[in-house]
Every structure is written in C-alpha cells, then in structure tokens.
Design a binder for this molecule. Structure first.
Ligand SMILES: *[C@@H]1O[C@H](CO)[C@@H](O)[C@H](O)[C@H]1NC(C)=O
Ligand SMILES: *[C@@H]1O[C@H](CO)[C@@H](O)[C@H](O)[C@H]1NC(C)=O
Ligand SMILES: *[C@@H]1O[C@H](CO)[C@@H](O)[C@H](O)[C@H]1NC(C)=O
Ligand SMILES: *[C@@H]1O[C@H](CO)[C@@H](O)[C@H](O)[C@H]1NC(C)=O
Ligand SMILES: *[C@@H]1O[C@H](CO)[C@@H](O)[C@H](O)[C@H]1NC(C)=O
Ligand SMILES: *[C@@H]1O[C@H](CO)[C@@H](O)[C@H](O)[C@H]1NC(C)=O
Ligand SMILES: *[C@@H]1O[C@H](CO)[C@@H](O)[C@H](O)[C@H]1NC(C)=O
Ligand SMILES: *[C@@H]1O[C@H](CO)[C@@H](O)[C@H](O)[C@H]1NC(C)=O
Ligand SMILES: *[C@@H]1O[C@H](CO)[C@@H](O)[C@H](O)[C@H]1NC(C)=O
Ligand SMILES: *[C@@H]1O[C@H](CO)[C@@H](O)[C@H](O)[C@H]1NC(C)=O
Ligand SMILES: *[C@@H]1O[C@H](CO)[C@@H](O)[C@H](O)[C@H]1NC(C)=O
Ligand SMILES: *[C@@H]1O[C@H](CO)[C@@H](O)[C@H](O)[C@H]1NC(C)=O
Length: 583
C-alpha cells in the first residue's frame, strides 16, 4: 500500500524533471535503485537534500545543467550489506547512464560482468565513459572482451585481479592512455599485447613478479608516448643498457620502489636517455656500492629524487650540481660519505624537502653550505624554499650556531637528532616563526632549555637524550597553545613540573629519566588532550591527584620509579579490574 501511495509523487517529480528542473533523471534513478540491490549506494540525509534527487546521493555526481549522472563512486560498497561473496554485475543496469564519464567499482568482490545480449549496446550507450576503476576484485580475462568494446576508455584500473597472459582484445582499447594491471599474473605475452597500445602514457606494472627487465623495457620501447612507468615490488634482474631506454625520451616518472634491482651494470647508469624525467623513485631497491660519477647526469629536469634505503656508499656525483630543479631529495639510510660543504647539495637551491638522515655526511654545526658558510655568501645560494630538512644521524659535530637562518630562512621541519652536537641550544630557535617541528634529541647538548622554545609556535619539540639540566621556569605569560608533543626524557632537568600548567594542549608528554621533584601538579587534569603521559624515573612525591582520572583520552600512563605515596585513585582500580569483553 505504501509503495502505491508513493507513485503519484514519483510521477509528479518525473514530470518536474522533464520540465527542466535540476535533479536526476527518472530512468537513471530507477537504474541506481536497481544497482542498489547489489551495491550499497549511500545518500546524504543532511542539508535537506531530497531523497528523490539521486544527484544528491553521496555515490553519485551529475552534470548540474543536464542532471545526467556523470560519475559513480561505488568503491567498497559490498562490505556492509552483502558480505564477502564473489558476484556478477548485470551490465545492462549501466545502459541508462549515457553521460557517464567515470565508474569506480573497485574492491567489491566482483567476479565479472554479464554483458547485454546485443554485443554493441554497451559501447554505444557508454560512449562517454573514460575512467573505469575495477581494482581489487576477482576478475579474470573474460571481462576484457566486454571492456575492449568501449572505445571511449582512457584510464583503466585493473590492479589486484586474476588476469593472466595476453590481456588485449584485437582492436580493443585503442584509445587507452592509462593502464594499471599491477598484481596480476603478467608475463611476456602480456607485455607483447601492451605494445599495441600506442597512445599509452601511464603504465603501472607493480607487484607482477617481473624478472627479465631488460626484455620488458626493450618491448615497452615501442610505447614512445609513455610518461609514467611504475615497476614497484618486482625482482628486476638481468642486463639492461642505455640503449634500452632510448625510446623513453618523454618519460616523466619512473617508479621502482621496493623492487630488487639486480642488473649487471646498475640501472642508474642506464637512465641517460630519460632527459624528460621529473621524478625518479628508487627507494628500497637493493642498489648498493658506488654509484658512478655519471649517474643521472643528463637528468637536469629532475624535481624529485628518492634513493632512500639502499646501500649506496659513494659520494654524490659532482654533476648533480646541475640539478637545479630538484625540489625533493630523499637520500635517507644510505652510506653516503661526503662533506656537505663541498658536495653538490650546495647548488640545489630549489630544494623544499631534504632528507639525508642516516648517512655519514660531514655537516658543520653552522649547518654548512645550507647555512651561511663563510665562503658562500652568494645570495642565489639561499635555500629559500627549504621547509623540510632532516639531517639526523650523520656526522654533525660541535656547537650549533645560528648562521643557519641566513640561508634557510623558512624551515618548518628541522631534525638534527642523533648527531654529536654540544653546547647550549640557541634560544634564537624559538623565534624562527616558520618552525613547526624541531627535533634536537640524542645529541650532547648541555645547559638549560631555552624557554623561548616553549613560548614559540612549535607543534612538536624533542630535546630528549641530551645532558640538559636546570629548572624549567616559564614567565607568567608563557602560553603555547599549539605545542602538542613534548619530549624531555633522559636529561638532567630538576625542579618542579609547574611549568606544565601553561601547556594545556599537550597530547604526548614524556619527562621520564630526569630529576624532577615535588608534587604532580593538579593542573595536569586540565590537559584534557593527553594521550601519553610518562613521568617515570624522577623524584616526584606526594599523592597521585584524583583529577588524573578526568583525562578521558589517556591511553598510556607511567608514574613508576618515583616517591609517590597514598592510595591509587579509584579510577585506576576500575580499569585494572575491568573485564575484557572481547577476550
Ligand atoms: C540502498 O540499499 C540499502 C539497503 O541495502 C539502503 O540502506 C540504502 O538506503 C539504499 N540506498 C539508497 C540510495 O536508496
Ligand atoms: C539485467 O538487467 C536487465 C535490465 O534490468 C534485465 O532486463 C535483465 O533480465 C537482467 N539480466 C540478468 C541476467 O539478470
Ligand atoms: C598488435 O597489432 C598488430 C598490428 O598492428 C596485430 O597484428 C597484432 O595482432 C596485435 N596484437 C594484439 C595482441 O592485439
Ligand atoms: C623505438 O621506436 C621506434 C619508432 O618509434 C621503433 O622503430 C623502435 O623499434 C623502438 N625501439 C625499441 C627498442 O622498441
Ligand atoms: C644477481 O643476479 C646474478 C645473476 O644475474 C646472480 O648470480 C646473483 O646471485 C644475484 N644477486 C642477488 C643479490 O640476487
Ligand atoms: C634486498 O635487500 C633486502 C634488505 O636489505 C634483502 O632482504 C633482500 O634479500 C635483498 N634482495 C636481493 C634480491 O638482493
Ligand atoms: C667505490 O669507489 C671508490 C673510488 O672510486 C673505490 O675506492 C671503492 O673501492 C669503490 N667501492 C666499491 C664498493 O665499489
Ligand atoms: C667521482 O669523481 C671524484 C672526483 O671528481 C672522485 O674522487 C671519485 O672517486 C669518483 N667516484 C667514482 C665512483 O668513480
Ligand atoms: C653542467 O652542465 C653544463 C652544461 O650542460 C656542463 O657544461 C657542465 O659540465 C655540467 N656540470 C657538471 C658538474 O656536470
Ligand atoms: C655550485 O656551487 C659552487 C660553489 O660551491 C659554484 O662554484 C658553482 O658554480 C655552482 N655550480 C652550479 C652549476 O651552479
Ligand atoms: C608569576 O607571578 C607570581 C605572582 O602572580 C609571582 O610570584 C612569580 O614570581 C611570577 N613568576 C615569574 C617567572 O615571573
Ligand atoms: C582547570 O579545570 C578546572 C575544572 O575544569 C577549572 O575550574 C579551572 O579553571 C581550570 N584551570 C585553568 C587554569 O584553566
């Protein structure tokens, strides 16, 4: 009865729609509801959006003028109502969506499509469909004969399915520009087929157990339009030469991360022809030993270079002085041994992100070339844009001087941890307005903690594992509403913890292994955002304030190795004794 009562409304709404009001078309709405029998379509209940206007549903985008559905976002729409069983989509349900540009059906346990009986119906109706995401399903090659008939397809994402061998349909996919077939059973036949996709620009072949990369790269040489090639998580071995890369003069991104690169000459020396390359990412790729002085010399357009987590032992190739476009350089965790002062790093004046953490770089404590080195007062050397700088875990010795800001004026992340810096922490650090995160931990700093650091705009401060000492006394107006993480552990700080009373927004506070004395300040109860509180291994005494129990977000509390006395606040008993229903 109720359904019948709704009919007049539907009809009136349908007429309104035909008369040009905005909102989705009835035939598309009916099709969406039919789809909703197998996929969970979400709609917004907020903002007074009408349920009848399917264009306002969360999973649906429409052209605002025509009211026709243009995008369907149905990723992960099976979990809640339909469980984990493989199912087949009746593709006839897609026929009404003649203006559809993108369809996302990724991660839905989809086993295949049941195409309409009339063979060309789907391609003629879905003639605007350009982007199709079917990643993370259980599709086999049979899907390809259906998809191959949709000539408008530009981007096809099929990663994480059960495809194998040659994937291409004769004459199909002729306009494809982007293809992701990562994590399928790819072999030489697959690559042979891909060679025919002459418009292909972006190709993702991650996690496909590729081995003979030389053969594969040579085969892909036919794809002279290629701009992005991703080969992550593969075992790439065999012979590869400069010649193999000759046809990739348009390649802009080469992504090799987490592949094991065991090639006879070292792949970096073979990349010379890639003169358009802007991004080279080769993190965790078992590169080791020396990289040749000629590596990457031609790649003067590089903007991002990631060679992190390899075993590279050499110095930086001198020719990198010419890489003036580099914005992002990550050399973390290698064995680079070079003096930063004379290294090409000096010349990389476009840097925004630099990590050389975990190497053996010699870095003067004036922060060397990146700072106002006496021989280097050329204004153009200023690293104006450098905002992320991680030089932790290197050979940086001596007293930290503040010449640094002359040439790196706007750092927001600065990590000098795990070096051998000594002397006082310069109080001027507190006045670097751009700084959000400062890590000076694990050095040999001594003296007091400059209170300017607590009275700054810092979000995160660590001075842990140093020899800092003395009381921390804040001026009465000190307030850092932003400071959320504060690590002071493993120092020689003494005096009371009363300075905490003005740091109300802390989420993590670790002052363990110091010589703090006195009572726990009751105002700790006002630090309502605390998640981790470690006051252990100090000389605190008195009662544990009952107010600690008001810290609703607290997950980790360590008060051990102090001289605290009196009863445990009742709240603690509750937690300790509480049964664990999940067990
Ligand atoms: C789709 O069906 C589910 C029930 O399976 C329902 O909760 C949901 O509201 C429906 N979505 C729309 C847009 O009608
Ligand atoms: C698929 O959907 C169409 C349109 O709703 C319907 O006519 C057809 O019977 C369905 N096919 C299957 C196999 O369910
Ligand atoms: C590739 O194209 C050639 C001719 O252009 C054709 O002979 C061959 O069958 C095609 N291969 C595939 C797998 O489509
Ligand atoms: C490079 O491209 C040319 C023409 O585009 C082609 O003849 C040649 O075979 C390609 N080289 C490789 C290594 O594929
Ligand atoms: C590298 O490949 C050679 C043969 O090409 C092989 O002998 C050697 O064991 C491989 N090394 C590693 C680390 O896999
Ligand atoms: C690559 O390096 C990792 C870690 O260093 C190592 O476990 C792995 O065996 C190496 N693989 C090859 C093929 O050398
Ligand atoms: C690296 O190069 C240096 C100088 O060219 C050489 O002395 C050293 O033996 C090389 N190391 C390796 C592991 O090849
Ligand atoms: C690179 O060149 C420098 C001097 O220009 C030299 O000291 C170094 O040994 C060379 N490195 C390699 C790996 O040949
Ligand atoms: C930098 O490039 C110029 C011109 O391309 C070249 O003459 C010079 O030798 C290069 N410098 C280095 C250090 O490779
Ligand atoms: C690199 O910096 C040095 C100074 O260390 C300078 O002499 C040289 O001209 C710079 N090279 C380039 C290519 O900018
Ligand atoms: C803060 O103010 C109190 C009185 O309100 C005063 O006793 C104390 O000395 C002041 N502390 C500092 C560091 O100025
Ligand atoms: C701390 O919290 C208590 C209770 O919520 C409140 O009365 C008191 O004013 C707060 N103290 C400060 C300094 O904000």
């Amino acid at each position: 009865m109720k359904n019948k009562a709704l009919w007049p409304l539907v009809v009136i709404w349908g007429i309104a729609c035909l008369c040009g009001s905005r909102g989705c078309q009835e035939q598309e709405r009916v099709a969406l509801l039919a789809l909703n029998a197998t996929l969970d379509l979400k709609y917004r209940v907020d903002a007074g959006e009408s349920y009848f206007n399917c264009c306002s549903w969360e999973s649906v985008d429409c052209n605002p003028t025509t009211g026709r559905v243009t995008h369907l976002m149905l990723s992960m729409s099976r979990y809640y109502h339909f469980g984990f069983k493989t199912w087949y989509l009746n593709a006839s349900l897609l026929l009404p969506f003649e203006e559809l540009k993108s369809l996302d059906l990724s991660y839905n346990y989809l086993g295949g499509w049941i195409g309409p009986e009339e063979p060309n119906l789907l391609s003629s109706r879905l003639s605007k469909l350009e982007v199709l995401d079917l990643s993370g399903n259980s599709l086999d090659n049979s899907i390809l004969s259906i998809l191959g008939t949709i000539p408008s397809l530009r981007s096809l994402f099929l990663g994480g399915n059960n495809l194998r061998g040659n994937l291409l349909v004769k004459g199909g996919f002729s306009n494809l520009m982007e293809l992701d077939i990562s994590d399928n059973a790819i072999d030489a036949a697959t690559i042979e087929g891909i060679k025919n996709l002459s418009h292909l620009e972006n190709l993702y072949l991650d996690f496909v157990h590729l081995k003979h990369v030389g053969t594969i790269v040579r085969a892909l040489g036919a794809l002279s339009s290629l701009r992005i090639l991703s080969l992550q998580y593969n075992t790439i071995e065999g012979t590869i030469t400069t010649q193999d890369f000759h046809n990739f003069s348009k390649l802009e991104q080469l992504i090799l991360d987490d592949s094991s690169l065991n090639t006879s000459r070292g792949i970096l020396s073979s990349l010379g022809p890639l003169t358009s390359l802007r991004l080279l990412s080769s993190s965790r790729t078992n590169l080791s030993g020396n990289i040749s002085n000629h590596s990457l010399c031609n790649l003067v357009k590089l903007e991002e270079l990631d060679l992190s987590f390899n075993g590279i032992t050499s110095r930086l190739p001198i020719c990198w002085r010419n890489m003036s476009s580099i914005r992002i350089l990550n050399l973390e965790d290698n064995e680079f041994a070079d003096s930063v002062v004379s290294s090409p790093l000096t010349n990389l004046t476009s840097l925004e992100f630099l990590s050389i953490s975990g190497n053996h770089f010699d870095i003067p404590s004036s922060l060397g070339p990146l700072a106002n080195h006496s021989r280097l007062k050329v204004p153009s050397m200023t690293h104006f844009n450098l905002s992320y700088m991680d030089i932790s875990n290197n050979n940086m010795r001596g007293k930290l001087t503040t010449k640094f800001w002359a040439n790196v004026p706007n750092p927001s992340y600065l990590n000098l941890s795990t070096n051998r810096l000594e002397g006082n922490i310069p109080s001027e650090l507190g006045s670097v307005k751009s700084l959000d995160i400062l890590d000076l931990s694990s050095n040999n700093f001594s003296g007091g903690l400059p209170i300017q650091l607590l009275d700054s705009k810092l979000d995160i401060l660590s001075v842990a594992y140093n020899n800092l000492q003395g009381e921390i006394v804040l001026s009465n107006h000190t307030m850092n509403p932003g400071l959320s993480f504060l690590w002071l552990e493993h120092n020689l700080f003494n005096g009371s913890l009363s300075f905490l009373s003005s740091l109300f927004d802390l989420e993590i506070l670790d002052v363990s292994n110091n010589i703090f004395i006195g009572k726990l300040p009751r105002l700790i109860a006002n630090m309502t955002l605390l998640v981790t509180l470690d006051l252990s291994k100090n000389q605190l005494d008195g009662l544990i304030p009952q107010e600690l129990c008001n810290l609703d977000l607290l997950e980790y509390l360590d008060l051990s190795d102090n001289n605290l006395s009196g009863p445990l606040p009742s709240f603690f008993y509750l937690t300790v004794d509480a049964p664990h229903p999940s067990e």
